[in-house]
Design a protein around this ligand. Structure first.
Ligand SMILES: Cc1ncc(COP(=O)(O)O)c(C=O)c1O
Length: 181
């Protein structure tokens, strides 16, 4: 199990005086009570120094968040020329609040998400795709070479599915047939 390593990492960080940060991009709105995230799932409240996440995945809006000490947040605000330069505009903040209300009121949506996830991962596996070691609904399809990933992405686009390839280091992208030249 990968995500359950979170508790172990917290113990190591505490033992060695290290700062612990959790990136909950794949967990907020998904794991823990009503989607409260990794810290809640593993009951690590108060033991993680920095928690970051996105509002663009399960929350379905855009932007992100950073939770940490007052000093950290003040530092980030004071460094706004480099970080956190984009504030959430009101409609975005309102949509996020509405999403949190829905997560509180309709936890069955998270159950449905997991049903869909199991169905999707099983289907991909049966078709012979390698979905890596993901333990959340975010499901990678590991194809190996970056060029192959870009080709798959382009072919999916031609079939009406938009999924950009992720590769490192960034490599030459193969444009979908309808992309402007
Ligand atoms: C693990 C992880 N962290 C952070 C991010 C960044 O999220 P955003 O797309 O909101 O910038 C992503 C996005 O894919 C992600 O997968």
């Amino acid at each position: 199990m990968v995500i359950s390593a979170a508790a172990e990492l917290v113990e190591h960080a505490e033992r060695h005086g290290a700062i612990m940060m959790v990136d909950d991009a794949h967990a907020s709105g998904v794991l823990g009570r009503n989607g409260r995230g990794t810290v809640d799932l593993f009951q690590l409240h108060g033991r993680v120094d920095i928690q970051v996440g996105t509002l663009s995945k399960a929350i379905g809006v855009l932007g992100g968040y950073i939770c940490g000490t007052k000093d950290l947040i003040e530092f980030l605000y004071s460094a706004r020329a480099r970080f956190c330069s984009q504030l959430l505009i009101r409609p975005v903040a309102a949509a996020c609040l509405a999403a949190f209300d829905i997560l509180e009121a309709e936890p069955e949506r998270i159950e449905q998400l997991w049903k869909n996830t199991r169905y999707f991962k099983k289907g991909l596996t049966e078709l012979g795709f390698d979905t890596g070691i993901s333990e959340t609904p975010i499901t990678p399809v590991m194809v190996g070479e970056a060029a192959k990933a870009h080709r798959l992405s382009a072919e999916l686009f031609n079939e009406g599915v938009f999924r950009q390839a992720s590769a490192f280091p960034p490599s030459r992208r193969i444009k979908p047939a309808c992309a402007p030249s």
